[in-house]
Design a binder for this molecule. Structure first.
Ligand code: JD8
Length: 257
């Protein structure tokens, strides 16, 4: 997968040289290129922003600079075009399904804004020649799009073949295929500061351990994210699951029981 990131803070993306994404780059799974937007500024102050039309506080990022940058990074003549990912507080909430979708793409370009945001015509113009996703990390306000690019890229990179050591671990995690939060995990020592590891995990009885872990995942999800339960495929819940959830007070959405 090729990934281009355009930003006025290239150093902000340095963590992409570490750990999981770093390994993906070394192994060639990801071809990551970080670009400084100011490279396409035209005035001697290399300015990339200007005052907002209609007034108001702050500054807006200029369309001419962004247009030149995106034309250079993804020349219109190059096909297939990349998928443009634009972090913004007004974007579609990022989630694992979104990560899976992006992981299937051969080429992603991230446009990281700052100030009050990027002139809206940049996305409108880009959408005439490439697919565009405006994405939000969540309902809080950051100072720019770089942190979102880091998060999205890590979530996507670990879904790429050969990046995560044991693909098995991708199956049983939160927001994974079963749509539940992950169960609690334990390792040595068996007793720590008076806290014991649950006995069932020491039995080697795989069926009982699997059942206990599923029950814990159901309990956590019911307690912390009941909204996820409502999105579950009813067929994915067996009678035991439903009994566990009923004990936790969960009532299936209308029309499902
Ligand atoms: C991109 C500029 C700052 C946002 C005025 C503060 C994502 N979940 C998220 N929260 N915030 C962002 C985000 C914030 C950004 C930019 C993403 C570009 N800003 C602006 C509007 C209010 N300042 C985000 N993903």
């Amino acid at each position: 997968m090729r990934v281009d990131v355009v930003t006025i803070f290239p150093d902000y993306l340095a963590p992409l040289g570490l750990s999981l994404v770093g390994r993906a780059r070394e192994s060639g799974v990801i071809d990551l290129r970080v670009h400084d937007l100011r490279e396409w500024a035209t005035d001697r102050h290399r300015s990339v922003d200007d005052t907002p039309y209609g007034g108001g506080a702050g500054m807006v990022m200029r369309p001419d600079v962004w247009g030149a940058a995106l034309d250079a990074v993804a020349p219109p003549a190059v096909t297939p075009a990349p998928r443009l990912v634009v972090p913004t507080p007004s974007g579609r909430p990022f989630d694992q399904a979104f990560a899976r979708k992006l992981a299937a793409e051969p080429w992603l370009v991230f446009a990281c804004g700052r100030y009050e945001g990027i002139d809206a015509r940049v996305v409108a113009e880009a959408a005439t020649r490439m697919p565009v996703d405006e994405v939000s990390l969540g309902d809080y306000v950051l100072g720019g799009g770089e942190a979102a690019a880091l998060v999205v890229l890590e979530a996507v990179a670990r879904l790429l073949p050969g990046v995560v050591g044991n693909p098995e671990s991708l199956v049983e995690e939160s927001h994974g295929a079963d749509g539940l939060l992950e169960y609690p995990v334990y390792t040595k020592p068996v007793s720590w500061r008076g806290h014991e590891v649950p006995d069932v995990l020491l039995t080697g009885h795989h069926a009982n351990i699997a059942r206990w872990r599923r029950d814990q995942a159901l309990r956590r999800t019911a307690e912390r994210r009941p909204d996820l339960l409502d999105r579950l495929d009813p067929e994915s819940l067996d009678a035991h699951d439903r009994a566990v959830l009923a004990d936790l007070g969960w009532v299936p959405p209308a029309g499902e029981d």
